[in-house]
Design a protein around this ligand. Structure first.
Ligand code: NAG
Ligand code: NAG
Ligand code: NAG
Ligand code: NAG
Ligand code: NAG
Length: 438
């Protein structure tokens, strides 16, 4: 589904603020990783992402279905092998495409992580407690009774049908520091994926997924233990030229990263025990041009079997809202938009306009009132109106079924914001003023 027509790669720098190459965690340490945008035109993209009911589904994420994904570049193994992973707050597992080749003459360089070329690669064994993290049931013993020393096999699936399977393993990860040193962190748990099924062309470029979810095996959980249990990112507007830097930061960068912390708005991160991976936020109401829409607040709630709610997902491109809310927003936009419709309907979008002859089309202002003290998220219009083809712009929100699915704030809606996931305080901070370049 990904079209490489206008693939745009922003290869950016990697920083680690630690001045030394030791990993003693202090408040001032953080890791700053480059984010690389893999972009494709939205109109070629048919979004058929179906959420499963959240119960027991190991992960639900758009990591392999979006038309715009943010990739993280890092190095794994000894000697280090460079890899690109999709940054995904909607899943937990870190996995990379792996190859067990010895003499990898048939493997194009950079196509996979070559496990046998790394002296630090070590698969977990099925009896190790770490292996239980990936067992379908926490008390299930993943060991095969006839072979207690078998490797820790995993299979991890995504709501859109993508899948990765292989050995849950340990490796050394390497970061570049701002002072030019290389830092190595040993024992990163990750899935060495010998089998992967991915529907997206993102994986022509990306080697895997970096799960940033709430679960214990995610990148943010594993590194949070050393750098502070908080991470932030800033997804810059990729229509700008030259494209600005996007980054992911693990830990706190108190001095230069969030200078106007005071101006950050906060909303609690809600917990759904039936879907422990996700970062849920609470929507109270929606406004279009300052007018509150008549949406029953109950459509936003998480029900007793764990369905519903709203998730912040960097691995999904378009925002998805439950049907009753979506209908109201669509209605309000249709009522206010004065621009003509395009000649043909645009697949996948319910509201599009022909912007021919309009220099800077202006759209109704969408805002979300979130749980918190006067916490309002008012994204700029480019976060929810996108150009699908020349002179055609569409409302970039899609409906999902109330009762069986949940709402997702996708990465397009997050553009231009600094988002800070404070896991200890269980809150999400966001600011339009925090994306200043270092
Ligand atoms: C780290 O720096 C080295 C030397 O400049 C470079 O070769 C390598 O690609 C860098 N790694 C990453 C992940 O940026
Ligand atoms: C291994 O690679 C070398 C070149 O690096 C090649 O000459 C040789 O045929 C390869 N062996 C096998 C078994 O593929
Ligand atoms: C258990 O391991 C044996 C030997 O490795 C293998 O033949 C068998 O298929 C495995 N069983 C399961 C259920 O994985
Ligand atoms: C803080 O936020 C408000 C409203 O979002 C904005 O008007 C103001 O300019 C911001 N202040 C600073 C210092 O960025
Ligand atoms: C947009 O409107 C212009 C002028 O009316 C027309 O020529 C053009 O074909 C329209 N484009 C689309 C995609 O509807």
């Amino acid at each position: 589904m990904m079209v490489s027509l206008s693939t745009l790669l922003l290869l950016l720098l990697l920083y680690v603020a630690a001045a030394t190459s030791t990993f003693s965690a202090t408040n001032t340490e953080y890791i700053k990783l480059p984010l690389v945008l893999h972009k494709t035109p939205h109109h070629h993209h048919h979004h058929h992402r179906h959420h499963q009911s959240t119960l027991k589904s190991p992960v639900i994420s758009g990591a392999s279905s979006g038309s715009g994904e943010y990739l993280i570049s890092l190095e794994l193994g000894s000697p280090p092998q460079p890899l690109l992973l999709v940054a995904d707050t909607g899943s937990d597992l870190i996995w990379v495409k792996c190859s067990a080749c010895h003499n990898c003459s048939l493997h194009p360089p950079g196509s996979a992580f070559l496990a046998r070329h790394s002296s630090s690669f070590s698969p977990h064994h099925c009896f190790q407690p770490t292996c239980r993290h990936l067992a379908p049931h926490p008390h299930h013993n993943p060991c095969n009774h006839t072979n207690l020393h078998s490797p820790c096999r995993y299979e991890y699936s995504y709501a859109d049908g993508s899948l990765t399977a292989g050995f849950f393993s340990k490796e050394t990860i390497t970061f570049n520091t701002t002072s030019g040193h290389q830092l190595q962190l040993q024992g990163l748990h990750f899935g060495c994926g010998f089998t992967s099924i991915t529907g997206s062309e993102t994986f022509n470029v990306a080697h895997g997924v970096m799960g940033l979810g709430r679960g214990p095996i995610s990148f943010s959980s594993q590194l949070g233990r050393r750098f502070g249990n908080k991470f932030s990112y800033c997804l810059m507007d990729y229509t700008l030229s030259p494209p600005p830097t996007s980054f992911l930061l693990i830990g706190s960068q108190q001095n230069d990263f969030v200078p106007t912390n005071k101006n950050m708005s906060f909303t609690p991160l809600l917990i759904n025990p039936l879907s422990p991976t996700f970062y849920y936020i609470g929507i109270k109401s929606v406004y279009v041009d300052g007018v509150k829409l008549r949406i029953d607040p109950s459509v936003w709630s998480i029900d007793e079997i764990g369905n519903g709610g709203t998730v912040v997902d960097s691995g999904t491109t378009l925002t998805q809202l439950v049907e009753p809310a979506y209908r109201e927003i669509l209605r309000a936009f249709k009522r206010r938009l004065k621009l003509p419709s395009p000649d043909e309907s645009i697949q996948g979008f319910d509201l599009c306009v022909n912007t021919s002859g309009v220099l800077r089309p202006s759209y109704p202002r969408l805002s979300f009132e979130l749980v918190g003290k006067k916490t309002v998220f008012s994204p700029p219009q480019m976060n929810y109106f996108i150009e699908t083809s020349e002179q055609v712009e569409c409302l970039a929100i899609q409906p999902v079924e109330l009762g069986s699915e949940f709402s997702v704030i996708g990465n397009l809606m997050q553009q231009g914001y600094l988002l800070e996931f404070d896991r200890d305080r269980s809150r999400l901070g966001f600011s339009r003023h925090g994306c200043a370049l270092p």
